[in-house]
Design a protein around this ligand. Sequence first.
Ligand code: NAD
Length: 382
Amino acid sequence: MIGRYGQLCTVAYGAGAINSTGETAKELGFKKVMIVTDKQVEALGHSQKAIDSLKKANIETVIFNGVEMDAPDYTVEAGGNMAKKEQVDGIIGIGGGSVLDTAKGIACFAANEISISDMIHHAPMKNPPVRFVLIPTTPGTGSESTFVAVITDTKKHEKVGCFAVPSFSILDPELTLSLPKEITAYTGMDAFSHCIESLTSMQPNPHSDLLAYDAIERSVKWLPVAYKDPNNYEARDNLALASNFAGKSFNDSTVHVGHAIAHSFGAHFHIPHGIGCALVTPVVIELTASKFPEKIKKVGKIMDIEINSEDPVVIGKTVADGLRKFMKSIEVPSCKELGITREEILNCTDYVRNEPLRNFGGVAVTDEMIPELLAKIYDTYQ
Ligand code: NAD
């Protein structure tokens, strides 16, 4: 069989890399740029650094700061209409995954005459997106190195989206020093979940595996450090790389049932995406150990978990329990602590059944298995 692995776009990386935004925009030939961000990231002064750098390069800027959590469709439409009106030739997203995905959506919408609903439900688009650069400020989604934009259909309460490849990404770990410890923990677990699902998908490859193992190693070593000491630059540096590598890994493989379930939690309970990903990941490990015992064993080894068996069921349970312990150490809340009941979790069954990602794992998930997986999430992490 002939496999495939890919690379998405060049990444400029390092402390202060955001100050090279103007240089990058100039290289790309941008004349007028729309900055896409949210009010929190703007208030922290992060987007201003990019604007100052663009000004030095004599590039005109307009600002769209209306991004909301989980990239609602109406914000993409509003930003896209502004980009059309302003006739920008470049878009720069600066923020967490919600901002980066909104920027991707805006880039597609601005270049096409299409309704927002058709666009996020994957109707064909005539034109390529306006070229865009992404600058992440959370170490979790890796969206700066993926071709997917996850956008919320606010009428149907579904996470759907569109596809767009960034022209360039700028990874500046200093931007994540301002993250509070809770967001550090759950965005870090988002990256971790990308690794586990990428390793156990229906189409992993040696390149995606390599990136996933490296990202897991950085995450387990540095996430507890950043959680305790948010100002620790070495930890932030390693977590920024972990997130980027994890994003590249799943972009080259895929995520699967864990993300189908995490999306259902986002739609039903409006909890941060990373918390949903964290809650489901131990159960994904147990599910997939039957097909990938050696990979799960290797994850356990990286996490320093003692495994005294060759039985895939024991391997899966041991590593999943080790991860649950790790999650407790960084205070990832349980469903109960989030005020979600067992019955409410089971109510996500239909959403997960209809989520295409559920079919992309290396282990088939039947309709009957979905409520079992959901119940397990509630029962095994209290
Ligand atoms: P987020 O973007 O929603 O941000 C969470 C909060 O953190 C916001 O209030 C934001 O203002 C704040 N914040 C961001 N950077 C900060 C900083 N440096 N300091 C202080 N506060 C900061 O959260 P997220 O977890 O980064 O993104 C989640 C979204 O990304 C979800 O919608 C998810 O579906 C999507 N996602 C996309 C991909 C992809 O490949 N496209 C992958 C994974 C997740």
